[in-house]
Design a protein around this ligand. Sequence first.
Ligand SMILES: *Cc1c(COP(=O)(O)O)cnc(C)c1O
Length: 486
Amino acid sequence: MPGDYHRSYLRHLPSVERVLQEKILQDSLAEFPRPVVVEAVREVVARKRAQIINTAAEELEELKLSATLLAGEALLAIAEQTARSLRPVINATGVILHTNLGRSPLAPAAVQAVREIGESFSNLELSLQTGRRSTRYEHVELLICRLTGAEAALVVNNNAGAVFLALNTLAAGREVIVSRGELVEVGGAFRIPEVMSGSGARLIEVGATNKCYVKDYRHAVNEHTALLLKVHTSNYKILGFTAAVPVHALVKLAAEYNIPCMEDLGSGVLVDLSRFGLPREPMVQESIAAGVDVVTFSGDKLLGGPQAGIIAGKKKYLQRIRENQLLRALRIDKLTLAALEATLRLYLEEKKALREIPVLRMLTISQEELRGRAEYLARLLADKLPGHIRVTISREKARVGGGSLPLASLPSTQICLETHEENAGLLAAKLRRANPPVIVRVHKNRLLLDLRSIMADEDELLARTLLGVLGSGSGEPQQHETGTKP
Ligand SMILES: *Cc1c(COP(=O)(O)O)cnc(C)c1O
């Protein structure tokens, strides 16, 4: 129970009405709904009241109670409450395709397409030639066929959906043969065995984890076999004493038994990344050329587009997949379709794709360019950050991430921030709450900001944000006391 001393402090606590009269809150009333502002002030006043009651008498003098200060706190609360939940962040982790950070950022052309289609009506399912109803898939089918060499194509919500839909169409109630070494789990929820049983197909595993031969598949084929499935082990590699059946051998075997051969490529690249020192990743064109009947891959992994699942392959199978009622449940949305079409168009000219698709740029950017950016940023930060923060440059590897190219580590460059005055984990948390949030790596009590996953045009913004958070030493907003103390 508060004593007399506490009661006198409580009497001096400004009322909600009084705080609301503060100029900064009057201004914010023009911007935010009144109930939001009033509620924020109520909360701040209530918090202060509780704080007074819970503070020892001899420490009460430390408490700051001016109406101006309370208004400032309310303003912060309003800003927090009204900020969008889903926001852009700066990815300084060095992991280019980070599922938690939204995988691939879109190319400018894709963003523009999303904007234009989003704010307008569109010919989503209307043929402008005939004036009749058409399908949304036609906007990208020819493009995908042209880029991959496939006869037909279809797009759905994501690659997990693409695999599910294809298996459900071609193999429900029947058997699908897959190598034990390819029973992939991607990001927890997507596991080949589970997707398979969910689709109604029965999984027949063949071979051993590290070795699988054509004869293993052959022994498993019977009158219930619906298809042969190859899954690209996109997020792991089996190393050492291994054998896997190459896709062309699987195609040949499937043809012998007159059943389709399907391949889940996972990432699905359209350009040969080995030219840039990255491990060879099977290209979609190669699978199609090898004769695979149905190929599936993601839109937002190495392709660098929006979340989507692309199914490409032979007409007769694609036609059956298109007729599956479940297609409706996995349907691609028009904004995604707009972004996907614009992204795919960039691939018509490979140079353009490499220049304008952020993921491809980040994968292929030169060490010199990264080093130049790092040196510029490091100088700027060293000049302006408080003396206790040491700024250096390090050369650790970056990763591709997003379940792609698991063994690829890209030479990269990081800004390293180190201080003995504050725990690196706490600093990382402060940067996460900054505006925009900056996501960093913490290693041995140092903050590492990897230039490879930072968009080149974000360097200035990053510097300003870092200075804002770390420059004042505490990262808390400066508070100016103008009121009187009891
Ligand atoms: C990533 C991946 C998937 C899932 O793709 P999403 O687009 O995330 O649904 C399926 N199969 C493989 C082999 C993958 O690498």
